[in-house]
Design a protein around this ligand. Sequence first.
Ligand SMILES: Nc1ncnc2c1ncn2[C@@H]1O[C@H](COP(=O)(O)OP(=O)(O)OP(=O)(O)O)[C@@H](O)[C@H]1O
Length: 301
Amino acid sequence: MTGAAIEAVGLGMTYRSRGGSRVLRDCSFRLPAGRVCALVGPNGAGKSTLLAIAAGFLRPAEGTVRVLGLTPPDARARMAFVAQDKPLYPQLTVTETLWAGAELNPASWDQDTAERITEPLPGGAKVRTLSGGQRTRLALALALGKRPELLLLDEPMADLDPLARHQLMGALMAESAEHGTTIVMSSHILTELEGACDYLLLVDGGRIRLGGETDDLIAAHTLLTGPVGDLAPHTVVESRTTGRQLTALVRREGPVDASAGWETAEPSLEELLLAHLRSPDAPPLLTPSADTRTREAVSAA
Ligand SMILES: Nc1ncnc2c1ncn2[C@@H]1O[C@H](COP(=O)(O)OP(=O)(O)OP(=O)(O)O)[C@@H](O)[C@H]1O
């Protein structure tokens, strides 16, 4: 699949009850189709708001968002959204919920996939009697059964036990690999994302701080440890000194000065994210595939 699954330009959002203060500001990014994207950021960063806008449940105050090349409401039939509170009909049973999924999505419904996900649940159990994790399983079954091109998941794994998390993560990965489904998954559990997601969006304070291929974002950074010294010309994300010892995360602008006596290492995903979260003034970084200006520049040339 080619093209963008999501393309946002200058997205801004306010909630009236917050007196007009911005919860998203000037968010511009592109998520190429077919990627499994981790949406990370601290509590209150704006992740759920961003997902709800992409799903067409909220209208942005500023800017535009295109989903699968369409406005979010027009793209709804081709995407699925599992919100944090997993809204389901409490009076329906598990089996009836899947029937409803089939009725609502006659053209695309995949009963086998949905049943594979709900397999451990008793079909006759009413939704209102299910545990939080069991409801999550059913909500994911509905979403995957729809066979969407884009799957938006807001903290999907938070209430699942480790085995269920492992199994459902595997099902999501298989779905993406087999059908090219784009998946966006918000989470605070970095270990769950590290091996699974090949794309990353870091939202912090309503802004996009990092966006792009996880490997490329990691590779653009270097951890330096050694004697205190001049870090120019590199872009410093975070630097700490203890006595005469320096620890810094930088974006390399050319080779690292061999005479400075620094040891260099590639940061882990966690080190990369934590350094950015501790340094809100570090400049944002979008790889070319995530940068909406790249295509404008290419088409203008
Ligand atoms: N319905 C609402 N009305 C008013 N303010 C809201 C509403 N929903 C979210 N907010 C505010 O918008 C900001 C972003 O919230 P959002 O839920 O998008 O963050 P998040 O990154 O998903 O957080 P978390 O990781 O805690 O789920 C927060 O300051 C929150 O208080």
